[in-house]
Structure formats: structure tokens, C-alpha cells
Design a protein around this ligand. Structure first.
Ligand code: NDP
Ligand code: TDO
Length: 292
């Protein structure tokens, strides 16, 4: 029997990579556009679920513009809190699991070690707060839910820091990038692989571990370190000046140290991420070889 999996956010970085994963032959991915399924609309969600039978939901749809969220609070909460709540309730009603993607920006970044799943959250901005509200709504709305927090996602698609740097580096010989925010750069493709593994286990319900998990690529970097590595791998001669957060003012405050520990997903699912530099290498190669 065919197992249909709903993927929301299919035009986003992680959604695109999910569609490219090697899924078992009996899996059929349903990837509606936002026009076909608007997760922030109760009517749209109800209509979509009434018309489709699914074995699981993977929610990759979100409002991800961190600075704009500070002024577009309602839009951020609609996509990041109301949407996940509606999807969790609809999937629970259908008796199927939901896998939901969240972020390191639920933390305030004051911890000097890697954050584990049991660490207290304290978002600094609207984006992080709206994502935290989404996490809570998913956990409350469907007992068969798995929330996967990731961070600093890069890919050859859509908007992300890697693409911003390649574009800025092509137009400037010198850039200024903050060096006092530390995190874990992570490939959208690797997140998609982790999502595939945990979703199939959630559907099969064999030794399944629902709950909260962290997944990021191994190692750590500052935004400055990430930019420097991107230019080195792309063979671009761009001088990257290390600056402080105070020297690059933004509407949203960002965590200073948001490294995530992946010990739990390694223990429960056997997922062991590769180093972020290898992931960046693959993306730079993809972008150099293709017209994206
Ligand atoms: N990007 C990052 O650095 C990180 C992302 N995350 C999380 O990972 C997940 C995926 O992020 P990413 O792939 O980067 O996101 P993108 O910004 O690349 O894509 C967002 C997706 O959400 C869709 N979307 C937005 N609002 C709605 C809505 N109301 N109904 C249906 N679809 C909607 C967009 O559709 P459309 O094309 O129509 O706009 C798009 O497909 C999100 O939960 C995000 O919070 C976590 C950590 C880091
Ligand atoms: C473009 C640019 C940014 N910066 C700084 C601003 C900021 O502090 C930092 C990162 O910039 P960005 O705005 O691209 O990244 P940002 O949107 O904050 O990235 C976040 O997105 C959301 C969706 C997440 O969930 C997070 O995990 C994280 O990936 O780099 C510079 O210092 N120089 C520059 O030239």
C-alpha cells in the first residue's frame, strides 16, 4: 500500500531537499503549494485534510525572515505558531504522526556549551518566540510528534547566508561580517536526510522516539568563519573583516552562542552528522556547476 507523506514548505530550502531524498518505492510525497495549502488558515487545512489521506506530515513551512519578523509579528505567528497548531491537530485527528522543524533561535545564546534538548528556552526576537510557540502547539496538539531543531541552514536554493555571501563577494572585494555569534552551519540536504529517517521510523512506529531533537552539522563557526570558508571553497579573493555584533546593527537580536548538541539523535536514531565544511563544499560545488 502506498504511504503518502505531506510535505509543507516544498518551495523552501529544506522542502526542496526533502523531495530529492531517496524515499522507499512505496512512499508518495504530496507537496502542495502555499496556494493549495495555506497552513495558517484553518479552512485551508481542514479542506486539504478532508481531501487527502496521509501516513505522516513533515512541516517545513515557516516565516523565516528574522529581521522582518520584528515588525511583521502577526505574519510570523500565523505561519510559525498557528500553522503548526492546525497541522498538529489535523494530523492527530487523522491518527498520523507529525514531524516539525524548529530553530536554535529559541535559545538566548547565553550558554557557553552546546545546547541540549532539555535546556531552557528564552528567545530574543519575534521569529524565535513564534517558533517556540509553534513547538509547544505541535507537542500539545499531537502526541505522535517529533520536533527537530536545526540551525544556520544553507543550500543552493532560496535565500540563505551562503548565497548572500556569494552574491556580495561577487560585487565587493571586502566585506564586514560578525565574528562574535557562534553556531552550527548546516546543510538543508543533511537536515532533509535526518527528517526522512525520523519520519519513516515515526510512521513504522517501531522503537520510535517522539519528542524533541537537535540536528546540525558537526563543528562550529562564527558567521565570519562561515563566510571565510565559503570564499575559500569558491576560490574567491574576498577580504572578510571580522566585526562585532554592535558594529552590524539589526532589528532582531540574535543568540551569541547557539551551538546544538546532537548526542540525543545519535543515541536514539543513530544519526551522526558530517562536518559543516564538507556540507559547504557540496553546496558550493552544486552552485558552481549549476545555474541556481
Ligand atoms: N533557514 C534557516 O537558517 C533555518 C530554518 N529553520 C526552520 O526550518 C524550516 C524550513 O526552513 P527553510 O527551508 O529555510 O525555509 P524557507 O524560507 O526556505 O521556505 C519557507 C517555506 O515555507 C512556505 N510557507 C510560508 N508560509 C506558508 C504558509 N502560510 N502556508 C504554506 N507554506 C508557507 C514558503 O512558501 P512560499 O514559497 O510560497 O513562500 C516556503 O516554501 C522552518 O521551520 C525554519 O524555521 C531552522 C533553523 C535554521
Ligand atoms: C549579510 C551580512 C550579515 N551579517 C550578519 C547579520 C547577522 O548577525 C548574521 C547572520 O545573518 P543572516 O541575517 O543572513 O542570518 P539569519 O537570518 O539570522 O539566520 C538565521 O535564520 C533563521 C531562519 C534561523 O532559524 C537561524 O538558525 C539562522 O540561520 O550575519 C554580517 O555581519 N555581514 C553581512 O554582510
Amino acid at each position: 500500500m502506498t504511504r503518502r507523506i505531506l510535505i509543507t514548505g516544498g518551495t523552501g530550502q529544506i522542502g526542496i531537499e526533502l523531495a530529492r531524498q531517496g524515499w522507499p518505492g512505496d512512499v508518495d510525497l504530496l507537496i502542495p503549494t502555499r496556494g493549495e495549502l495555506d497552513i495558517g488558515s484553518a479552512e485551508s487545512v481542514a479542506t486539504w485534510f478532508a481531501a487527502h489521506d496521509v501516513a505522516a506530515v513533515i512541516n517545513c513551512a515557516a516565516y523565516t525572515a528574522v529581521d522582518m519578523a520584528e515588525s511583521e509579528v502577526e505574519a510570523a505567528y500565523r505561519a510559525n505558531a498557528t500553522g503548526p497548531k492546525l497541522l498538529a491537530e489535523a494530523s492527530a485527528q487523522a491518527g498520523v504522526p507529525i514531524v516539525h522543524v524548529s530553530t536554535d533561535y529559541v535559545f538566548d545564546g547565553a550558554k557557553h556549551g552546546a545546547y541540549s534538548e532539555s535546556d531552557p528556552t528564552a528567545p530574543l526576537g519575534v521569529y524565535g518566540a513564534s517558533k517556540l510557540a509553534g513547538e509547544r502547539a505541535v507537542a500539545a496538539g499531537n502526541a505522535r510528534s517529533l520536533i527537530l531543531r536545526t540551525a544556520w541552514v544553507v543550500s543552493a536554493h532560496r535565500g540563505n547566508f551562503l548565497k548572500t555571501m556569494l552574491r556580495a563577494g561577487a560585487a565587493n572585494t571586502k566585506l564586514r561580517v560578525v565574528a562574535d555569534q557562534i553556531g552550527c552551519p548546516t546543510s538543508a540536504r543533511d537536515v532533509a536526510e535526518a527528517l526522512r529517517i525520523v519520519t519513516l521510523r515515526m510512521i513504522e512506529d517501531v522503537g520510535t522516539s517522539a519528542g524533541l531533537y537537535h540536528f546540525v552539522n558537526a563543528g562550529e563557526a562564527s558567521w565570519h568563519g562561515l563566510a571565510t570558508e565559503i570564499f575559500a571553497q569558491a576560490g574567491m579573493m574576498v577580504e572578510v573583516e571580522a566585526i562585532t555584533t554592535a558594529e552590524w546593527p539589526t532589528p532582531a537580536k540574535r543568540p551569541a552562542h547557539s551551538r546544538l548538541s546532537t548526542a540525543k539523535i545519535a543515541a536514539d536514531y543513530g544519526i551522526r552528522p558530517r562536518d559543516w565544511r564538507a556540507a559547504v563544499r557540496d553546496i558550493v560545488d552544486e552552485m558552481m556547476g549549476a545555474d541556481t
